[in-house]
Design a protein around this ligand. Structure first.
Ligand SMILES: C[S@@+](CC[C@H](N)C(=O)[O-])C[C@H]1O[C@@H](n2cnc3c(N)ncnc32)[C@H](O)[C@@H]1O
Length: 300
């Protein structure tokens, strides 16, 4: 495999990328006349492409044998490079050296563009990048947070919010939340607790998601146990309410399931600029895009 090979995602990946790509396109179109600097920050950028393996098929009555084939499709970084009107600056972060090598190749193939490739942990590198920017006047940015799991720290979101200049697409890992928040509170070990608190930004989830429950075992003995009563919908709502407390505007998320229909992610859009005009414009564009995502999911 080449270092640009990056196989990930299920059926929801195309949808996620087409929604975020659609937003980027409309964002630069709407804001180009008003802002000198439009930035795209991809904190979990991957390689710029994704590799999709299309399975083959044995010969049958419907047709001859078809070989499996590998297809390369644009990932978020490449999609952002191709947006027109173009972004003035693109920042691609990733912690895997192999992915950084592929992103450097992408930068080399687009030498006329202002592209920074930043190796390292997204939380630390976002903090560094935002700290170096003394003023956001004249600059607006979109950030895409697309981790596999629960890698985005709450304090990173707080720093993004403080810029008042960055719109965020955040793919929140619901499966991460419901796996770490075990059904039985006895299975919550310190590392699970810490991961949840780091991501949610408060330790209150434990009180809010767990209740004492009576249980009868096979022999008819009754005991009481602390168990999680919050289901995935409650957790999604809870996280959405946390975001809504931090950001001036947050849109209702789009739920993304895996191929078996198990909830995996909620795609949230949050706006850090508190001005009504900025909220109005960004929510009109993103709201329309999120609704188109919902209708494309229900289409047979
Ligand atoms: C789902 S992939 C991103 C896919 C990309 N958005 C695309 O569309 O092509 C997640 C990426 O995050 C990277 N990653 C995981 N944890 C990270 C962290 N803490 N900091 C930076 N990158 C991280 C992984 O190496 C992987 O490339």
């Amino acid at each position: 495999m080449a270092h640009s090979d990056h196989e990930f995602g299920g059926i929801s990946t195309d949808l996620k990328l087409s929604l975020v790509g659609g937003y980027l396109q409309q964002f630069t179109t709407a804001l180009r006349p008003q802002f000198q600097q439009l930035w795209y920050i991809d904190a979990f950028a991957g390689t710029g492409e994704r590799t999709v393996i299309i399975p083959g098929r044995a010969a049958d009555m419907l047709g001859p044998e078809i070989d499996a084939r590998v297809e390369r499709r644009a990932g978020s970084a490449k999609i952002a490079i191709d947006v027109s009107p173009a972004f003035d600056k693109l920042v691609f972060m990733d912690k895997r050296p192999k992915h950084i090598a592929a992103l450097n190749d992408l930068r080399a193939a687009n030498q006329s563009r202002n592209i920074s490739v930043v190796p390292g942990d997204a939380n630390a590198e976002i903090m560094k990048l935002l700290g170096e920017q003394k003023s956001w006047a004249g600059t607006r940015a979109v950030m895409f947070l697309d981790p596999y799991g629960m890698s985005v720290d709450w304090r990173t979101l707080e720093a993004i919010r403080r810029t008042e200049a960055i719109d965020v697409w955040y793919l929140v890992s619901l499966s991460g939340l419901f796996r770490q928040a075990t059904r039985d509170a006895e299975d919550l070990d310190p590392s699970k607790r810490a991961a949840l608190t780091r991501m949610i930004g408060t330790a209150d989830w434990e009180n809010d998601w767990y209740e004492m429950k009576r249980r009868t075992n096979l022999f008819g003995d009754v005991d009481e146990r602390l168990a999680r009563t919050a289901e995935v919908d409650d957790m999604e709502r809870y996280f959405g309410a946390r975001l809504a407390k931090l950001f001036p505007a947050v849109l209702p998320p789009l739920r993304l399931n895996d191929d078996r229909g198990i909830p995996q992610f909620a795609l949230f859009f949050a706006i850090s600029n508190p001005k009504n005009v900025a909220i109005g414009l960004a929510s009109r564009i993103a709201g329309h895009i999120l609704k188109s995502g919902i209708s494309s999911k229900v289409r047979p």
